[in-house]
Design a protein around this ligand. Sequence first.
Ligand SMILES: [Zn+2]
Length: 146
Amino acid sequence: MKGIFSEECKRTACSNKNAIFYNYSTQKFYCEKCAFRINQVNPEAQKLFGHQLCINVSQLKIIITDLYPMFKGIKELDIMNASNFSIFCHGMFSGGISMHIRNLYKLWDPKSPYHTYFKKEYKINHPDEMSGVITYAIWLKHRNLL
Ligand SMILES: [Zn+2]
């Protein structure tokens, strides 16, 4: 199917397989070649999302698959918008979800493969931004958007 993770690229004119680049705007998956071109013509994404529009999310998908069960029964995930949910996760009322995630994946540690992944693909350096990408991804997964 087109635009599904690891399947065919979403772009109509393209039939490349292994679409692992997630477009944060269309919320569909693209091949590396199309993702590169889409990123080139959408520089404003940096302001909107804090990173490029299309990102290789293969590692992120593994992380959120691991973490998702931890969010079972957290009603804020259902009722809050993505932005407020991220703030909730950062705050103490969640029991420190974001801090737990940063510790679990050693996001502050340059030797951690997860730190390396976020630095390379998202071009972000701060562990708070990395855990923000993860909690947003959880919010998207909960809605079958990622
Ligand atoms: Zn493509």
